[in-house]
Design a protein around this ligand. Sequence first.
Ligand code: UD1
Length: 429
Amino acid sequence: MKYVMKGGIPLVGEVTVSGAKNAALGVLTAAIMADETVTVENLPDVMDIKVLLSAFEEIGVAVERPSRHKARLNGANIFSACADSDNMKKIRASYYLLGALLGKYHHAEVALPGGCNIGTRPIDQHLKGFRLLGADVSMKDGKVILDARELHGAHIYLDMASVGATINLMLAAAMAKGNTIIENAAKEPHIVDVANMLNSMGASIKGAGMDVIRIKGVDRLHGSEYMIIPDQIEAGTFMMAAAITRGDILVRNIIPQHMDAISAKLIEMGCEVTELGSAIRVTGKPNFYACNVKTLPYPGFPTDMQPLMGVCLSLAEGTGIITESIYENRFKYVDELAKMGVDAEVRGTVAVFKGSGILRGAEVNAPDLRAGAALVLAGLAADGYSVVNNIEYVLRGYEDFDGKLRELGAEIAVAEDDRDIHKFKMRVG
Ligand code: UD1
């Protein structure tokens, strides 16, 4: 599938941000640790969530969908701690089942995680933590196998502040015997969301959102009702969209402090950013200025926003440098931007953008989820028509992306083939 679009229209209006995909993946997995019904609200309607829920059903979780943004889960009748279906292999967050099943059943067999190809993405820190909690770890037929007679609390120091490892170890330790301390924990908003969710189910987790998380294991987790936080990265995407298309967008349903790193950079580049309670307004300017950015764990500039910043810098005045410090393979989109006339050079984990103020419409390929969204915004700022191929990546993580962009005035449509593209061009003119 593709998006076809005609660029050059400043995006103006209001957009409401959906629930956070990455938080939802952790929260839903936590939910299956109870033998009672858990209701999760504000779920984003995106492919990764659908795939995870299908994978849950395959191991016996009862899943009800009373509405598009709500799920009711009950993990009482899970009949297998082995999750290695094709669904599991499709998404990165399948690895949360390791922590959840190990915590609940002391046994887990999960296919090695998939997800975007943005680097080597090892899970050694997850496995180190599981071992310290008392699990034997082995690999067989592409699966990680965890087995423990008993799980006990442990003192775990993470070599790097890994989001996935922090969540996975919180899940397992929530039902281990005794106290666990996770040091050098990741502090991303979704860590706090998953901890809050577990606490709402009767867990005892303190310090989420800080460097040290303390967990007192409990014997059982109970049912709960939980509302997912807004998606920080989706919000950031629309904030950047205002800058990139020189538009004016009110982004609703956000938690302002989650947006600080992004707001700071937009202001530094000369955009206007106004916080209005749970909304934020970004007013783009005809001319804005390059800056330097280094991706860092939260509260630093998010790696997931990096490709969007790359598009911003392609349009800014002056030379901007991005240093990617989380993933080594996250600049594949720069070759695609070159097709739109961008002058940028990648050397290892550093990319230098010589902003030109203009982009040319072109046919480009989305290399991963966030880079896909960035290329769409580039197309909306470019002269003439653009086509972004492989939008399956984008659909994994953005709810109704093209619909929300159209509400802001964008000329964009989903296309299956050249005929659809031709029809779009005839209609838009
Ligand atoms: C999560 C997000 C992803 C985001 C990333 C960083 C989900 C589903 N995905 O991914 O969108 O880009 O956080 O904010 O929430 N590392 C190791 N060993 C480990 C674990 C991680 O070396 O055991 C390295 C990784 O290769 C990477 C860095 O640590 O260089 C951060 O990874 P991590 O925070 O774990 O990212 P994910 O949880 O995979």
